[in-house]
Design a protein around this ligand. Structure first.
Ligand code: NAP
Ligand code: HSE
Length: 428
């Protein structure tokens, strides 16, 4: 009988219990596919007494995940607690030092410490795998590190936070305000314990930073990411954008340009008939572009017990099979320091403004745009009963800097009411 692969699981919440269930339910299948039993030796969580709806009495218990990580009877430390620092990082470091491989779903920890952890693991001859950390059940890390390994990747893009996509699509379909749908997302248990991680774009930014490291062979550079959340999006924006043939998505884009690495996670407009525009509810979608393969679109559940545990098990299975890949697809010591692009490449923009309804007002705005070198593609003014006229403008491609110059210029026209609202239109 071949030696079993012995797991130590720290964290028995949504993802941890999902992993335990797969190991228990699919024991025969896991053995058939890897050629050896995959077993759980020991577990850890905060509360030993909590009823988790699964049998755990066969496993040794540790109160301290660091002690779990050091146990002699485990081969793989499965970190499913979460948090960029604290016990997750301490236990991961302890596991590597004790000669264990690590499987984690923790995008926050890897976005902040991924490079240092990968270097430490490689020095110790261990692996760190993180399929579950990005887009839940979608095997996007595998797609990049393995399936597309022979490609030069030009762009990685996608909707990687299910909560934000749920909020934006629900606002659109039910005509509800951001605040109303946010409360529903909270009731449904979609939000992270700190909801600003979701709606502030941080969680999705963590995921994009990890994909960018693999795609472009660079050290994880989450601190260089341009980040904007969805808190400012109103139902009016969603409805007006729809009227112009667009959907608003919290979209991540990472691409290597001649000026350096561009990474941004921000609300963008995408054509409503594009695959990204059609993405509903909490589903995730990742678009990968390679020189040989062209464009690949991956779509699926980005969160939840089953999908995330499925991704954790993919990593566990690789280790059981003896497949040992570098954390970010190549030795961490060979990853380049990312030179960040100072500005994103030009794009069309959608601009929503309110004007005083008086002769020459629109002409003044058009003239400010012209002075900034911005050409108008489409424009629409809506009927109104109050003295302010809502106007939508879609520009041709322009730089963010030119747009900001124009917005500053509009403030000096004396015809503007309130602040203009601008969103980039992503060509997908
Ligand atoms: P969760 O439901 O909040 O579970 C966290 C678990 O960690 C709990 O069992 C908790 O113990 C345990 N824990 C927390 N602090 C601990 C400590 N100091 N010592 C020992 N155990 C501790 O979280 P989750 O949703 O399963 O997420 C786990 C990880 O997966 C996170 O990194 C998350 O970002 C990532 N992830 C989650 C999803 C998802 O859909 N949920 C998707 C992708 C990635 P108690 O149960 O006793 O409180
Ligand atoms: N809060 C995350 C989301 C969970 O909504 O996508 C999965 O990482």
């Amino acid at each position: 009988m071949p030696d079993p692969l012995r797991l130590g699981i720290a964290g028995l919440g949504t993802v941890g219990t999902g992993v335990v269930k797969i190991v228990q339910r699919q024991a025969k299948l896991l053995q058939a596919r890897t050629g050896r039993p995959v077993v759980i030796s020991a577990i850890s969580a905060r509360s030993r007494d909590k009823d988790r709806g699964i049998r755990l009495d066969a496993y040794a218990w540790e109160d301290d995940p660091v002690m779990l990580a050091r146990r002699d009877d485990i081969d793989v430390f499965v970190e499913l607690m979460g948090g960029a620092d604290g016990p997750a990082k301490a236990a991961t470091e302890a596991a590597i030092a004790a000669g264990k491989d690590v499987v984690t779903a923790n995008k926050a920890m890897l976005a902040h410490h991924g490079h240092a952890l990968a270097l430490a693991a490689e020095k110790a001859g261990r692996v760190i795998r993180f399929e579950a950390a990005v887009a839940g059940g979608i095997p996007v890390v595998k797609a990049l590190t393995e399936g597309l390994a022979g490609n030069e990747i030009s762009r990685v893009m996608g909707v990687m936070n299910g909560t934000c996509n749920f909020i934006l699509t629900k606002m659109q379909h039910d005509g509800l305000t951001y605040e109303e749908v946010f409360d529903e997302a909270a009731r449904l248990g979609y939000l992270e314990s700190d909801p600003t991680l979701d709606v502030g774009g941080i969680d999705a930014g963590h995921k994009l930073a990890l994909l960018a490291a693999i795609a472009f062979g660079t050290e994880v550079a989450f601190d260089k990411m341009e980040l904007e959340g969805i808190e400012r999006i109103t139902i009016e924006d969603i409805e007006l954008a729809a009227d112009m043939g667009f959907r608003i998505k919290l979209l991540g884009v990472a691409q290597m340009t001649g000026r350096g690495l561009e990474q941004r996670m921000s609300p963008c407009l995408v054509p409503d008939n594009s695959p990204l525009g059609q993405l509903e509810n909490a589903t995730n979608m990742v678009v990968l572009e390679g020189d040989a393969v062209g464009q690949i679109v991956l779509r699926g559940a980005g969160a939840g017990e089953g999908p995330t545990a499925s991704a954790v098990m993919a990593d566990v299975m690789d280790i059981a099979r003896g497949i040992r890949l570098a954390t970010f697809g190549q030795p961490a010591s060979g990853l380049a320091k990312a030179k960040s692009a100072k500005a994103s490449i030009p794009a069309p923009y959608y601009l929503r403004i309110k004007l005083q309804d008086k002769p020459g007002a629109l002409a003044k705005i058009a003239s400010v745009l012209g002075d900034a070198g911005i050409s108008i593609d489409r424009m629409r003014q809506y009927g109104h009963t109050d003295p302010t006229a809502p106007v939508l403008i879609v520009t041709h491609k322009t730089s963010r800097a030119a747009l900001e110059t124009a917005i500053a210029g509009m403030a000096g026209t004396s015809v503007l009411v309130g602040e203009p609202f601008a969103i980039r239109i992503e060509v997908v």
